[in-house]
Design a protein around this ligand. Structure first.
Ligand code: ADP
Length: 684
C-alpha cells in the first residue's frame, strides 16, 4: 500500500478548513487491496424506511398577510438552489411509529403550565407577583400550581430508567419475531391554525454555523414550515457568513434605529432565502463594528454584541409591525429577548408574541456586569439585580443573561429530556439549578432532530455510493473510498471514528484513548476535528505526526463538512465519549449511516443510544453501545464489545446497523413536540 506522507506542521491558526486531500501530495493509487471482510447480508433484508412519505404532518397554509410586508417572492426553484419547503414535500424519511414510541416521545413535553394570572395583562412573563426581599414588587415568576408536577413527570426518575423513548421505525428485522410492533396508529391529523414563528438566533446552518445550534434552527424552521406554519429567522449580518448560500439578498428595511446607551444605532435589515428559509439579517452601522470581525464569537465584548443584536431584533419586529405568535430564541446570546419583550415592548403594546427559549448548552450563560443593562435600555439596575430576575446565582455583582431568559420566557426547553434532568438535578446546570427548580413547570427537554435532506446515505452527494437499509452493501464501497482518501490500508479491520469539536466537553482524554485502544484491538481509527484552543489543537497535531506512517490511523485536524459525510458513511463505529452532552448530533448522524455509536450514558446520548447487550429494551430497538463511567475502563467496556461483535458476530453487527438506520431521528417528532409547546403557551 502507498506509504503515508509526513504530516505537515500545525498551521499557525491552529485550525484549518483544508480538505483531507489538501495536506497530502498527489500519489499513485495504492495497489489493489484485498477485499475487506464483510458480514454476509441477511437473506430477508427489509425495505428502506427512507422511501416513505410524510405521515402525520398537519398542513395548513400560512396566513399570507404575515409574510407579505417585507418578504419578496420566493425564488424560483433553480438548479442548485433548493426551493422553499412546501407542504407537499416528500423527500424525508418517515416511519409509522409504533404507538408506544409516539406516546413516550410526546411525554417528554411537559404539560401546560398553569399561570396564576395572564402574562399579557400583567406585562411580565408568567406567574404570580411576589414581594422581593427589598420590599419592592418583584417580577412574576413561575409558581407551580399545587398538585401535579408535570415537569417531573416528563423527566426520568432515575438516570437508569429514562421515560423518554426514542422513536423507532415500524420495520422490524424478520429474525426477531418477538419484536413485532403493535399495529401502527392511524396518522394523526391535527386541525390547528398555522402559527407565525420567528426564530431569533446567533447561528443558522449553513450560513453561520459554529455548532449544533445552527443545525437545529435550520432543521426546526424547515420542519415547522413543512407543517404549514410561517417561519422567519432573524440573525446578525456577519461579514463571515457563507453569502454563496443566501439567495436573493436585498436590503428590505433601512430605517431601524436601535436604542443603545441612551442614544440609538442605525441599522439596515436585509432579507434573503437560506435554502428556502426566510431570513432577516441585521446590520448595525456603528464604530463598534459588532458583526464585521471575521468570526461569529471570540471577542471581549461578545455579551454586548449579542445583547445589542437581541434588542435590534425586537426593535425590528416592533417597527416593521410583525407580530408573531411565537418568538423562539436560543442560548445566552438571545436570552434577553423575553426580558426586552416583557419589560419594554409589551408595555408599549406588543401583546401577542409568546417566547420559547431553548438552551443548547448550560455551560455558557452570558455572565456580565451591569453595563449591559445600561446599554440595552433596561434602566433600573436595582430591579434587574434581584435574584428573582437576572442576578447571577453565585456572583452577586453579575447579571446572568441565561437566567433572565429562563425567568422571563413562557417556556424553556433544552435539547434532550435527560440533559434537562441533569441540568436541574444532577449538577449540570452550572449554577442555574435553583432557577430551574423554581421554573420547572415551564421547563422540559426535546431531543434534536437531524435534517434528512442533508444526512441521508441514499441521496448524499458527498459519498460515492448511496445505500439504505436494503442496500447496505453500498456502505462498504464508501468505507473503501474513505480509506483511499485517507490513505489507510484496505483490510478486514473495523474503522472506528470520531467527528466533532476537540473541546474538553467532548472527552479529549477518552478520544485519545479510543485511538490507542482501537489500534490495540485490531481496528483502524479516523479523527476529524479541531479546536479553537491552540494547546488542544497542538496536542492532536502531535498525535497526527506520531501516527503519520501508520496505515491504520488518520487524524484530520480541521473543519471539513464534506469529508464528515464520508467519515459517517465509511466508518463502522463512531465514538462519542463526552463528559457532558446536551443532545449530540454526531451519534444521530452516525446511526443514519449505519455506523454504530459507542457513547457515554449522558445527556442526549443516553436518550438516543440503546445498548446492544445490557438494555432492557426489545432487541430491534438496540442500536449501539453505552458506557457509564468517564474513564478508560468505561470506554473500553463499550468499545471492546463493539469491536468484538464486529469480528466475532458479523451477522449481529449487521442487524445492529440496520436497527440504527431504522430509527427516525428526523425533525418529524421534535417538530411536533415544539408545536405542542407553542400551542400550549400561545394563549397564555
Ligand atoms: P456541538 O454542537 O457540541 O459541537 P453536536 O454533536 O451537537 O456538537 O454537533 C456537531 C455538528 O458539527 C455535527 O453536524 C458534526 O458533523 C459537525 N462537526 C463538528 N466538527 C466537525 C469537523 N471538524 N468537520 C466537519 N463537521 C464537524
Amino acid at each position: 500500500m502507498a506509504r503515508k506522507p509526513k504530516a505537515p506542521t500545525a498551521p499557525a491558526s491552529g485550525s484549518t478548513k483544508a480538505s483531507a486531500k489538501g495536506d497530502k501530495p498527489v500519489q499513485a493509487p495504492p495497489p489493489v487491496p484485498e477485499k475487506p471482510a464483510k458480514p454476509k447480508p441477511r437473506a430477508a433484508a427489509t425495505a428502506n424506511v427512507a422511501a416513505g412519505g410524510k405521515a402525520e404532518a398537519s398542513v395548513e397554509s400560512a396566513s399570507p398577510e404575515r409574510s407579505a410586508a417585507a418578504i419578496p417572492s420566493p425564488p424560483p426553484a433553480a438548479a442548485g438552489t433548493p426551493a422553499p419547503a412546501t407542504a407537499g414535500h416528500s423527500g424525508r424519511a418517515v416511519s409509522e411509529t409504533p404507538v408506544a414510541a409516539v406516546d413516550t416521545a410526546r411525554a417528554a413535553v411537559p404539560a401546560p403550565v398553569v399561570e396564576p394570572e395572564s402574562a399579557e395583562a400583567s406585562g411580565t412573563a408568567v406567574g404570580a407577583r411576589v414581594e422581593t426581599d427589598t420590599g419592592a414588587t418583584g417580577p412574576e415568576i413561575a409558581l407551580p400550581p399545587k398538585g401535579v408536577d408535570t415537569a417531573e413527570e416528563a423527566l426520568p426518575e432515575s438516570p437508569h430508567a429514562p421515560e423518554w423513548s426514542p422513536p423507532v421505525a415500524a420495520e422490524m428485522p424478520e429474525i426477531q419475531p418477538e419484536a413485532s410492533p403493535e399495529p401502527s396508529p392511524q396518522p394523526h391529523i391535527q386541525h390547528r391554525p398555522s402559527l407565525f414563528v420567528v426564530h431569533i438566533t446567533p447561528e443558522l446552518a449553513p450560513v453561520a454555523k459554529v455548532g449544533g445550534l445552527a443545525d437545529v434552527v435550520f432543521g426546526l424552521g424547515r420542519e415547522l414550515e413543512i407543517r404549514g406554519n410561517h417561519v422567519e429567522i432573524i440573525l446578525p449580518k456577519y461579514d463571515c457568513m457563507r453569502y454563496d448560500q443566501i439567495w436573493g439578498l436585498q436590503r428590505t428595511f433601512d430605517d431601524l434605529w436601535v436604542p443603545w446607551y441612551g442614544g440609538a444605532i442605525h441599522c439596515s435589515v436585509y432579507f434573503g432565502f437560506v435554502h428556502g428559509r426566510k431570513c432577516f439579517f441585521i446590520e448595525p452601522h456603528s464604530q463598534d463594528n459588532f458583526f464585521n470581525r471575521g468570526a461569529v464569537y471570540g471577542f471581549h465584548d461578545d455579551i454586548l454584541r449579542f445583547a445589542f443584536f437581541s434588542r435590534a431584533a425586537m426593535e425590528f419586529l416592533w417597527k416593521s409591525g410583525k407580530r408573531p405568535d411565537i418568538i423562539h430564541c436560543h442560548d445566552w446570546q438571545t436570552a434577553l429577548v423575553p426580558v426586552y419583550l416583557y419589560e419594554i415592548y409589551q408595555p408599549m403594546g406588543m401583546g401577542r408574541p409568546r417566547v420559547c427559549f431553548t438552551i443548547h448548552n448550560f455551560k455558557h450563560q452570558g455572565v456580565t456586569g451591569a453595563q449591559v443593562l445600561h446599554a440595552s435600555g433596561l434602566n433600573r439596575p436595582e430591579y434587574y439585580f434581584h435574584y428573582d430576575r437576572l442576578r447571577d446565582n453565585h456572583n452577586p455583582h453579575a447579571i446572568n443573561l441565561m437566567k433572565g431568559g429562563i425567568v422571563y420566557a413562557n417556556f424553556v426547553t433544552t435539547v434532550s429530556p435527560r440533559y434537562a434532568m441533569e441540568a436541574k438535578d444532577q449538577g449540570q446546570g452550572f449554577g442555574l439549578e435553583p432557577t430551574l427548580h423554581i421554573h420547572h413547570m415551564k421547563y422540559g427537554g426535546v431531543v434534536n432532530g437531524i435534517d434528512y435532506d442533508v444526512w441521508n446515505p441514499e441521496i448524499d452527494p458527498h459519498i460515492p455510493v448511496h445505500f439504505g437499509v436494503a442496500t447496505i452493501e453500498g456502505k462498504y464501497a464508501d468505507k473503501k473510498a474513505l480509506r483511499d482518501r485517507l490513505l489507510l490500508a484496505d483490510n478486514e479491520k473495523p474503522v472506528v471514528s470520531f467527528v466533532g469539536r476537540l473541546d474538553p466537553q467532548k472527552g479529549i482524554e477518552l478520544i485519545r484513548h479510543a485511538l490507542f485502544y482501537t489500534l490495540g484491538q485490531g481496528g483502524q481509527f479516523v479523527l476529524l476535528g479541531s479546536s479553537p484552543d491552540g494547546a488542544i489543537n497542538g496536542y492532536f497535531w502531535g498525535l497526527k505526526r506520531q501516527f503519520n506512517d501508520n496505515p491504520d490511523c488518520h487524524l484530520e485536524i480541521g473543519y471539513n463538512e464534506e469529508l464528515a459525510h464520508l467519515v459517517y458513511a465509511g466508518s463502522d463505529i463512531m465514538v462519542v465519549p463526552s463528559r457532558f452532552e446536551p443532545c449530540g448530533l454526531t451519534q444521530l448522524i452516525a446511526m443514519r449511516y449505519g455506523t454504530i455509536p459507542v457513547v457515554r450514558e449522558i445527556g442526549g446520548l443516553a436518550d438516543t443510544v440503546i445498548d446492544k447487550d445490557f438494555s432492557h429494551r426489545a432487541l430491534h430497538e438496540r442500536n449501539g453501545y453505552v458506557f457509564r463511567d468517564y474513564d478508560e475502563r468505561g470506554l473500553e467496556s463499550a468499545l471492546g464489545r463493539a469491536i468484538a461483535c464486529y469480528y466475532q458476530y458479523p451477522d449481529h453487527f449487521r442487524e445492529l446497523m440496520k436497527n440504527a438506520m431504522r430509527y427516525d431521528y428526523s425533525w418529524n417528532h421534535p417538530g411536533q413536540d415544539y408545536l405542542n409547546i407553542y400551542d400550549h403557551i400561545r394563549d397564555k
